[in-house]
Design a protein around this ligand. Structure first.
Ligand SMILES: Nc1ncnc2c1ncn2[C@@H]1O[C@H](COP(=O)(O)OP(=O)(O)OP(=O)(O)O)[C@@H](O)[C@H]1O
Length: 117
């Protein structure tokens, strides 16, 4: 693979992440929540396996929120007018974020609560 092309795609990805952080409050919230979880993990003391799970959940959550934001943008571009399918597409993407967030919260509680109480 062309090396310049490979690094250019990294730059595009970084630009996308920066744009999302600048424009989307939800993404900023996820980064702040991730920071809070990492600090809590450091103060609590997690095992190697627990850190792997936490990193996977944080990465998955932020990645999913980025995909949701991208889908919102694409829907707005394709269907600026009201359309039931456009609404469903956005609602389903938001549902995917909610499912992963709920699962992450439950796993987080299962990891942290036994260490605190
Ligand atoms: N083009 C559309 N056609 C039909 N329904 C829509 C459309 N755009 C948005 N909606 C409905 O409004 C909801 C909120 O849309 P959207 O997430 O774009 O707005 P928002 O709350 O301002 O989001 P954000 O603040 O993240 O930009 C969607 O989940 C969907 O139900």
């Amino acid at each position: 693979m062309d090396r310049a092309r490979f690094f250019r795609s990294f730059r595009f990805a970084a630009t996308g992440i920066r744009a999302a952080i600048r424009r989307e409050q939800n993404i900023r919230f996820h980064f702040l929540a991730a920071l809070a979880v990492i600090v809590a993990g450091l103060l609590t003391g997690l095992s190697y396996g627990e850190w792997l799970i936490i990193i996977l959940l944080i990465g998955g959550m932020i990645a999913l929120e980025l995909v949701n934001t991208a889908l919102e943008r694409a829907v707005d571009l394709a269907s600026p007018e009201f359309h039931p399918l456009a609404g469903e597409a956005k609602d389903m993407a938001a549902g995917a974020v909610l499912v992963f967030a709920a699962a992450s919260a439950i796993i987080g509680l299962l990891i942290f609560l036994p260490k605190w109480f």
